[in-house]
Each structure stands twice: as structure tokens, then as C-alpha cells.
Design a protein around this ligand. Sequence first.
Ligand code: GUN
Length: 298
Amino acid sequence: MSAKIIDGKAVSSRIRSRLKEDVDALRGQGVIPRLAVVLAGGDPASATYVRMKNKACARLGMDSVQVDLPADVGEGELLARLQGLNSDAAVHGILVQLPLPRHIDQLRVLSAIDPSKDVDSFHPSNVGRLLIGDPLFVPCTPLGICVLLRESGIDVEGKDVVIVGRSTIVGRPLMALLMQKKKGYNATVTICHTGTADMASHTRRAEILVVAAGRPMTVTADMVAEGAVVVDVGVNRVDDPASSKGYRLVGDVDFEGVREVASAITPVPGGVGPMTIAMLMNNTIKAAKMACGMTIED
Ligand code: GUN
């Protein structure tokens, strides 16, 4: 058997068309959704992500402003810039690209973002709201994974979902989202992490396996149940002299091996990545609607 390839590019493109209609309607009322992206330091992967986010805004007719800060920026300066964005009524969404330089306290910075503009949903108040089942925003990658599964006709309700990785960006919020007592969610969730004694014993039980470990070849074919759905969240640069860039992108899953066992699998690139960006646009439009007092339907 060879798995069906879940096409995140195609699904995200459909979603962006719907979002474009929302943006057009807002523009008709004189509101242009605006995202501010803060990038501290020159990490090449982060700079690429930020470029993609700005481009996605432009394609939908949204505004974006980029705040570039040097790698040695002081925490006080960064916090002051966030205060400025918080009090700027023309800015609806604020995102601080992670990782931050090591001398900066990430939690203090994320806590300084106005929760109603926190389109990444990393502010502790928004993290807590998701955990109690009353989310204001849902983090972009977990939301993108749920929407991708739903749009691909894969129901998570009552399923055994195993997540590899307990990061605050993917694993933990995805757990909270999937276990919500709500139609279309209600999954039974297990999280594996670096302290898990026998990871394969868990992953082999998964009907849906989500891998967000940040390491290539974390999951191989022998760790996957026949017919499982596999979602690969990894984005890893590996050296490739044959490529013009000198590297290529691979996920956390042994794609060639696992596609022979799974019933469906997301590719890297072209799987979860485009969904993350579409959900960032979705959250920014939601923030703009909230700012002008419009009711939001989820
Ligand atoms: N770095 C890796 N993923 C993300 C993300 O979703 N948001 C931000 N701000 N930084 C990231």
C-alpha cells in the first residue's frame, strides 16, 4: 500500500481564497488587517519564515510591518517596541518570531504582547484559555493541523492520537485542542517526549500520529501502525550539495518508508507548513474583526 499524500498546499490555497473574501469585506469598511512581525537577530530560517508571512499578508491584501532588531538588542528595547505596537490601533496582530536570542527572557517577551493581538497565542493568558476550553486564539500550527485533517476528511473524534514532542508551539497546544469536549475534537491524546521510555510502543498504537520532534528520522516505518494517518510537522535543513541552496528540507518522519505503511501522510515541504501561514492570516483577520467590535463565528 502507498499512502495518500495530504496536500497542505492545495488545502491552504482554498482557505486563503475564503480569507481573501473576509479581507475584501473588511477593506470595504475601511479596515485593513495589519500584522506586525518582530524579528530579533539574523537566523536564516527565521528570516525565511518572516518573509513568507509578509508575502502571505500582501497576497491577501493585508498590511504587514516588520520590526527588525539586532541579535544583541536589549530586552528593555524589545519590550518597549512591543508596547508601541500594543498601543498602535492600526496594528491588529503582533508576532515575535522564535527563537529569540539567548540573552532574552522569552516568557517575559511573550507576556508583554496584548492578548487581544496575540495571533500566535503564546501569551500565558491565551495558553491558559485554550487549556480550559475557551480559546481566544488557537496557535497557528496546531490549528492548521486540525483544519488540514478535517478538510482531508479525517475525523479525529474518539481516535487515538499520539503526538511526538511536547513543545509549547506544537505538542502541548495541539494536545489541548484535540482533547476539547467539542464536536469535531474529543480525541484521546498521548504525548511522547524525550523522557518517554518506549516511544514505539505508543506510536504503534496511534490511529493518527503527529510528529513534532525537530529531528529527522524520528519516526520510521516500524513505529507506525498499518493504515495510520501520519502528520509530519518537522522542518529540518539537511546538507544537499546537489541543491542550488546547498540544503534541502526534510521532516521528522522517514517519508519513503512510512508512506508504505500509513494510509495518509503529509509531505515536507507542502504539508503542515502552508497551513500554519494560512492560520496566521486567519488569526490576524480575527483580531482585526475583534478590534472593530465585529462578532466572530468559529
Ligand atoms: N518559530 C517556529 N515556529 C514559530 C511560530 O509558529 N511562531 C513564531 N512566532 N515563531 C516560530
